[in-house]
Design a protein around this ligand. Structure first.
Ligand code: NAP
Length: 299
């Protein structure tokens, strides 16, 4: 249980509704910022603007999956309020206050480090990232279907990256009958890809591989689908970039060349917010309960 813990949920999307539900169920005191347009019927929660939030009473802050922008802005799907997480606010929190986010960036890293607050990046955890890859795959299939006039079956699909998302994407497209090849930089990844019945190639050969592919799905958060790679693609090819913003594609060049390139962030929150929210809520509450136990031991 999370009795006596005061948790602020600052911004977020439909996934956060599952998190809020679970926090209420576990008896924590919940303050919501950025949910004023939501008509959810959550009972016993406090809603306020970010300026009204009593940061000095907060034991944990839950941010959107994407954390903040490089300017500290927090995404609020259920509000028109511009919410910015500032250093002054973080300074007001008790020193034991933990900040939970999906991913981070320089702004959030430096804000928490400078003020000696613990930052937990949920997607650094393999279990969260692997579970999250399930709705990501379904969303990727949706984006490909919506943006092509050919079947996935028998099309040539290149998946770039073979991490927690890339592996799930590659296997799902293979299961749909696509001819999948996966671009990686490690020989052990090539071996695993071959073992799974797909083709593997090294990323330095991407330009050559790009010549005959129909669909390119990138999961590498670095510029990898460069103008040189795009220039080799067939005109009907599409690029679906799953990597976190700004993605790994030269979108400017793709547009100039007439190649459809789509940055597709936050797919789990779009296609399966309930499942994706439950994945996050389960892990978050496990971590918060551990935190609550530690506090009790100290008292
Ligand atoms: P991950 O497990 O860390 O996998 C990243 C992959 O990228 C690995 O194969 C890694 O290769 C490769 N890589 C990283 N830097 C590289 C570089 N400089 N050159 C070549 N390869 C490189 O990450 P993940 O959990 O799969 O997530 C991948 C991306 O997708 C992240 O940006 C994540 O935020 C995003 N994501 C998006 C969605 C969405 O809805 N769009 C959903 C989930 C995740 P090595 O193993 O060799 O390092």
């Amino acid at each position: 249980m999370l009795t006596n813990m005061h948790i602020a949920v600052i911004g977020g999307d439909a996934r956060h509704l599952e998190i809020i539900r679970k926090l209420i169920e576990l008896d924590s005191k919940v303050s919501l910022v950025g949910f004023d347009l939501l008509n959810s019927g959550f009972i016993g929660v406090e809603r306020s603007s970010v300026n009204e939030l009593k940061f000095n009473e907060i034991d944990a802050i839950i941010l959107p999956v994407g954390g903040t922008s490089l300017e500290g802005e927090v995404m609020t799907t259920f509000s028109k309020e511009k919410v910015v997480l500032t250093e002054e606010q973080i300074k007001r929190t008790p020193s034991s206050c933990t900040i939970y986010s999906g991913i981070s960036n320089d702004y959030l890293d430096s804000l928490t480090k400078k003020n000696n607050r613990k930052l937990v990046k949920l997607f650094d955890r393999d279990d969260v990232a692997i579970y999250n890859s399930i709705p990501t795959v379904e969303g990727t299939i949706m984006v490909v279907i919506q943006n092509t006039d050919f079947t996935i079956h028998h099309s040539k699909v290149a998946v770039l990256g073979f991490g927690r998302t890339g592996m799930s994407v590659a296997r799902a497209f293979q299961g749909l009958g696509a001819k999948v090849r996966v671009g990686v930089r490690r020989p052990e990844h090539i071996a695993r890809i071959v073992e799974m019945g797909m083709d593997g190639f090294y990323l330095q050969d991407l330009e050559k591989q790009a010549q005959d592919i129909d669909v390119c799905i990138n999961t590498i958060p670095h510029l990898i689908v460069t103008s040189k790679v795009i220039s080799k693609m067939q005109s009907h090819a599409i690029v679906v970039d799953l990597a976190s913003k700004p993605g790994g594609t030269d979108f400017r060049y793709a547009e100039k060349r007439g190649i459809k390139a789509i940055l597709a962030p936050s797919l789990p929150g779009i296609v399966a917010p309930k499942t994706a929210g439950t994945i996050l809520a389960n892990v978050l509450t496990e971590l918060l309960e551990k935190d609550a136990e530690k506090r009790k031991e100290k008292e």
